[in-house]
Design a protein around this ligand. Sequence first.
Ligand SMILES: Nc1ncnc2c1ncn2[C@@H]1O[C@H](COP(=O)(O)OP(=O)(O)O)[C@@H](O)[C@H]1O
Ligand SMILES: [Mg+2]
Length: 446
Amino acid sequence: MTWWLWPKSLAARTAAVLLPGLALVQIAGLTIHTLDRIDIQRIAQARDLGLRIVPIYRAIAAAEPAERPSVLAELHVPPMMTATLANGPPLAPPPAFPPAQQGMFRIGSTSAGLADPRLRWREQLLYREPGTSQILYAFHLPLDGWLHISAEPDPVRPWHSPWFLTAFLLMTATAALLTLWTVRRLTAPVRVLAAAAETLGRDVYAAPLPEDGPTETATAAAAFNTMAARIRRFVGDRTEMLTAIGHDLRTPITRLKLRAEFIDDEDLRARMLADLDEMETMVAATLAFGRDSRVTEPVSQVDLAELMRTILDEAGDAHPTLAHRLSYHGEPHATVRARPVALKRAMANLVANALVYGGSAHVTVSPPADGAVQVTVEDDGPGIPAGELERVFEPFHRLEQSRNRETGGVGLGLPIARNMLRAHGGDVVLSNRPEGGLRAVVTLPV
Ligand SMILES: Nc1ncnc2c1ncn2[C@@H]1O[C@H](COP(=O)(O)OP(=O)(O)O)[C@@H](O)[C@H]1O
Ligand SMILES: [Mg+2]
């Protein structure tokens, strides 16, 4: 249920794992450092207390019990410390002193320099007032009596140095920035590869990827380039074969035409020659198609709206009687990246079909949406039966009623249009308009 919190991009996901990890490591480091410093400061405090307490004790212990109060009155007791003489241990002693710290704060008689056994205390008791840092020392003095010294050690300040916190924050920020930067850098090749795959879909002749950078990136780029080269070769081989077949068919057709001249039956001869003429046109169209698709025209910025208006103008010039049945609607300009000549041929085929089979052509260029621009070419003709809407894209597939020489084509107009649009990453789809006539919808990535 919290999956929506999980980021989508690889970079964000990697950062989402690394940054909390970094935070954890920093917190652990800071804790270790703090505990360590507290320990060191405690040891320093204990030594410091010992150094201040021992002279007081020594002066009192060396004095006769009767003299002790006056000795104590003369003594210099450091501030934050009080020394009192008593007859016994504290009456209501504060209960606990952590055992680990007992050892740390307890004053050793040797380290106090009390070589003379007569000066040594009979007992040393340690108390800590709970909730405060006050430490109460109770010494059972030699001969008799007790000395109570209550001392307040300096507070423990593990982060006392302002530089430490600044340096720590700076270090954390630097590590975080470095992580983010590295993650973005490492995932950049994935973005480049995705963009290249996208470009290849629009244009098989797109420039190859640079094969540099880290080994993995270079290997992926090389593999991608090899794949692109294979696709190009595959496409090239097929058109080459098509052209070769078309080329080789021309000679037998010419021979057949020569032989047909010897047929005595005039009617049969005319029909055979007409068929052979048609075959010749088909072969010529096939060769032209092969030639066109082999040309690797450079991709450039093309104003699709301008291109459509030019096509309509030229169609108007070619069919002056139908000029008033041509119209343009929609965007005044729409820029796409395309091979201009190929794109023009594809779009001109659609407009010519609308004009020839539908008697009119209405072109609409819609504003770009979802990264694609849409062009519709509509006419008011009979349309195409639903079952044939896809089949007309097969080479040489023409509808029965249009099988006459007047309408010209050999059935390659739509296949060529679709082939070229798909090579641009676009497509063309036909449908019948409810009000009659055909609608061709072209989509092209911007
Ligand atoms: N706008 C249209 N209206 C009706 N039929 C069409 C239209 N466009 C294409 N067709 C049909 O699709 C067939 C294939 O078109 P096309 O591939 O352009 O070949 P050609 O125009 O050379 O015959 C045409 O022969 C025609 O029958
Ligand atoms: Mg046509």
